[in-house]
Ligand binder design. Structure first.
Ligand code: LMR
Length: 393
């Protein structure tokens, strides 16, 4: 059965983590996978989650099955968090999923079932797992212009010119905030323009919001998605608690479908549940139980929000320090764009060879497309990393 299989192509992010773990050098720095680290280089469990864990341990009475859609209270918490009071609940359905990757795959399978000829448009570049997931579900993938290598910001004119060609059989993936991998976000006027194009040309927006709270704050980061949701007929949404609740390994996420009306949203949910049943039956409960416990408690919510703001502020300060170091010690303003980027990532604009040199000569692990995870830096790494970047240039 397996004799014809060739060696698999390794995932560019997951394989980097494995290589980093095996690297014996003491000075190595992991700027690969999107995981937040504190000033000691650790990824601790958030205080709000630790307290929720105690509550769940004391109050949970059973480990019996929950249901195909996961925890319904968690699902409503996710809708509250992402969409706030956007008046769309009467035509919205939601299911809990194993992380945002699980949500992406469930919605990709749903699109393929409902409209097999769908083409999914992704930002150029996009999250490394977007294309493989869409293609694994049998969908066609196209890229639209997004990032300008010259300015290191979004080229909105080119983006909108490309999206003007997307039509009724197309789905356009938009990153809700903190674009992965570039760190360059669209501004509110671009959200308005994409919304208008969706209304005019009939394509369906698909918003992947995996980093809410890491850009400009929980509410600010959701401004675009909320504006769009209120105005388009149909929309898909994926969200994740990996980053903003630090629940990475608990695989806690959600998939939402905004339909033209309640019946369509309910039928889409029904199909999602069948897809879940034939894929993993139901999502793991632990992470969702913790998030629900936090968000249903006023005091835990305050603790969680404060911790999230602390992480977001730390990212801003790391960005500033790295820029300052490059500017003051190396006399270059070439990397000033790092401070304008949002969230965990920044695309440096180095070549794959330069990224390889960073890794081989300095033990600094970033993705080959030159994405670095700012949240992987500690203050003491900054002079070393800035120095290495200048040496490989
Ligand atoms: C990342 O982009 O590094 C994270 O979202 C982890 C992943 O699943 O790829």
């Amino acid at each position: 059965m397996f004799s014809h299989l060739t060696a698999p192509t390794l995932d560019p992010i997951i394989s980097l983590s494995a290589a980093f773990r095996e690297d014996p050098r003491a000075e190595k720095v992991d700027l690969g996978i999107g995981v937040y680290k504190n000033s000691s280089g650790e990824t601790p469990i958030m205080q709000a989650i630790l307290q929720a864990q105690d509550i769940v341990a004391k109050t949970q009475k059973s480990k019996s099955y929950v249901g195909l859609a996961g925890c319904e209270e968690f699902n409503q918490c996710m809708v509250d968090l992402v969409l706030g009071d956007t008046p769309v609940r009467d035509r919205l359905s939601v299911i809990q999923t194993p992380g945002a990757s699980g949500a992406l795959r469930m919605l990709a399978d749903l699109m393929h079932f409902a409209q097999p000829e769908t083409t999914v448009w992704l930002t150029d570049p996009s999250y490394v797992n977007h294309k493989p997931i869409m293609e694994a579900a049998g969908l066609k993938v196209k890229f639209y212009s997004y990032f300008s290598q010259k300015t290191k910001m979004v080229n909105a004119d080119r983006m909108l010119a490309d999206l003007a060609h997307a039509g009724p059989k197309d789905v356009v993936v938009v990153h809700g905030c903190c674009h992965n991998p570039t760190g360059a976000d669209i501004d509110f006027s671009a959200w308005q323009a994409i919304t208008e194009l969706a209304q005019k040309n009939g394509f369906m927006p698909f918003v992947d919001i995996a980093y809410q709270g890491f850009g400009d704050g929980l509410q600010e980061d959701a401004k675009g998605i909320r504006y769009m949701a209120e105005r388009v007929e149909e929309m898909l949404i994926t969200t994740s608690c990996s980053k903003n609740f630090g629940l990475y390994r608990e695989r806690t996420g959600a998939a939402m479908v905004l339909g033209k009306n309640a019946t369509e949203a309910t039928n889409a949910r029904g199909k999602l549940l069948t897809l879940a049943r034939t894929t993993y039956t139901m999502p793991p409960d632990h992470g969702a139980a913790l998030v629900k416990t936090v968000l249903q408690s006023d005091s835990l919510t305050i603790i969680w929000k404060n911790e999230l703001v602390e992480m977001q502020q730390r990212l801003l300060s790391l960005r500033k320090s790295l820029c300052n170091q490059l500017r003051n010690q190396h006399n270059t303003s070439q990397f000033d764009f790092i401070e304008s980027h949002k969230g965990m990532f920044t695309m440096l604009g180095l070549t794959a060879e330069q990224m390889l040199r960073l890794r081989e000569d300095f033990g600094i692990y970033g993705v080959a497309d030159s994405r670095i995870n700012i949240a992987g830096l500690t203050e003491k790494d900054i002079p070393y990393v800035a120095d290495a970047i200048m040496k490989v240039l």
